[in-house]
Write a protein that binds this ligand. Structure first.
Ligand code: GUN
Ligand code: ZN
Length: 439
């Protein structure tokens, strides 16, 4: 058993609906962890009489900083790590010019292993403890990621990309796509904290037969997710409309192949009408909002107000390599800016909800992680408001809401002092004032 004393904050429900009751905050809190799970969490004064006797030999560890649940990245591409900041193009040209050649290199397993290790360490440095991740069309690229995630005990969900209409150097076939997907599900099911997501890249890179196959695989395995891209870019939407002339809209393309359900996670969803929003909500599907990617590729801005009116399930994604940061703190700040572009003001507690509990619910792991509730897995991070002189200056004497918002606007990996995975320290930032003090 271990116990940590410090300021603890989580947002267990969307404050847009639940109001202030959604924000759970102990200015002087205690987090008690046993066997990787949260045994108790509450005000120190309330819990100390019960737990202090357990900590005679191993004292309660004080953590200076703001303890929050580990962040959940609901959409990211690990094989694109080395193509972050690729200059000069919008989505379809960017894929052709920068991304497809980079993903082809993952036929080499040693390359996949080395990128997977760097990628997961980068997530930990940024306070991300769970993620839904695209691999590549190569089966071995999924093995590389899962092996590295298993070694770090991280909650990672991923899948082999299905793309039988991809470029000739980066495509599978109907038969190989299905066989490799089934083999990966069988090989990795039930191991560590891993999960599988059937992963058709997007409507344009799969045949009708392969999209139907993806729907069949999803239906056959009740424990897996489905991830894909949806309505990200105007040129993409026009190409989809030109190919699928019978579909009511882009979402309907996926719907016709059995890909719209409660285990479906769609990245972007910028160009959707009310019908598609309502249909997603009815089906229990949700959207991974990826604002840094949307700015970088010039894709557009997700309409949070429209999604809120529809009652849609939402999370945040970095979408690296189109995204420009692995930091969910920075992504929350970008989400704020994207909402501003739509005339909407994103509340900082709602942003934290999206990056934690909201993301967890979107990935179907809301019972396990995201809010540091008793019984949940003890994935948490410590945020350092002294990480830079400007952060320290702007947060001094500020309210909780202001401090949180400042961390979202000014913060990034520098503000993540510590990352704990299932109660075990997995990253400690060197030179952090917090790290040195608690040694
Ligand atoms: N649409 C299809 N593939 C991709 C991808 O790799 N990144 C992004 N941002 N959009 C996509
Ligand atoms: Zn993406």
């Amino acid at each position: 058993m271990r116990a940590y004393r410090g300021e603890i904050l989580s947002v267990s429900h969307d404050p847009a609906g639940a109001g202030d009751a959604a924000v759970i905050h102990q200015p002087d809190g205690l987090l008690v962890v046993e066997d990787g799970l949260v045994l108790a969490r509450g005000a120190f004064a309330d819990l100390a009489p019960r737990f202090a006797p357990h900590f005679v030999n191993a004292p309660i560890e004080p953590l200076r900083g703001l303890i929050v649940p580990g962040f959940i990245d609901t959409h990211v591409h690990y094989p694109q790590t080395d193509r972050i900041a690729a200059h000069g193009a919008q989505l379809l040209e960017w894929l052709d010019r920068h991304i497809f050649p980079a993903e082809a290199a993952f036929a080499d397993r040693a390359h996949a292993d080395s990128v997977a290790a760097f990628f997961l360490d980068e997530l930990l440095r940024n306070g991300t403890t769970s993620a839904l991740v695209f691999a590549t069309v190569r089966e071995g690229s999924v093995d590389a990621l899962f092996e590295a995630a298993l070694a770090r005990n991280m909650r990672v969900i991923s899948g082999k990309i299905l793309m039988d209409r991809g470029p000739d150097f980066l495509r599978d076939s109907l038969a190989s796509g299905r066989a490799e997907t089934e083999a990966l599900i069988a090989r990795w099911r039930g191991r560590g904290r891993l999960g599988y997501a059937v992963t058709p890249r997007f409507a344009l890179t799969s045949s009708d037969a392969q999209l139907a196959d993806a729907g069949a695989i999803l239906a056959a395995h009740p424990d897996i997710l489905m991830q894909t891209h949806l309505a990200e870019n105007r040129g993409e939407c026009a190409a989809v409309a030109a190919r699928f002339t019978d579909a009511r809209d882009y979402l309907d393309v996926y719907d016709r192949f059995g890909l719209v359900g409660s285990r479906s996670v769609f990245a972007h969803g910028i160009y959707l009408g009310d019908r598609a929003m309502a249909r997603m909500t009815q089906a229990g599907a949700g959207v991974a909002i990826c604002p840094t990617s949307n700015f970088f590729l010039g894709s557009g801005c997700f309409d949070m107000a429209q999604a809120e009116a529809a009652g849609l399930k939402l999370g945040l994604g970095t979408d690296v390599g189109a995204g420009t940061s692995f930091s969910l703190l920075h992504t929350m700040g970008a989400a704020y800016a994207a909402c501003q572009m739509r005339g909407h003001s994103l509340d900082p507690f709602r942003a934290l909800h999206l990056a934690t509990t909201g993301g967890a619910r979107l990935l179907g792991i809301g019972d396990r992680v995201g809010s540091l509730a008793e019984g949940q897995e003890a994935d948490f991070i410590v945020l350092d408001e002294q990480a830079t002189p400007l952060l320290a200056r702007r947060t001094a004497g500020a309210s909780l809401a202001e401090r949180l918002f400042t961390l979202q606007i000014l913060g990034d990996d520098r503000a993540v002092a510590r990352t704990y995975i299932a109660g075990t320290l997995a990253h400690r930032r060197s030179h952090s004032s917090i790290g040195q003090e608690t040694g």
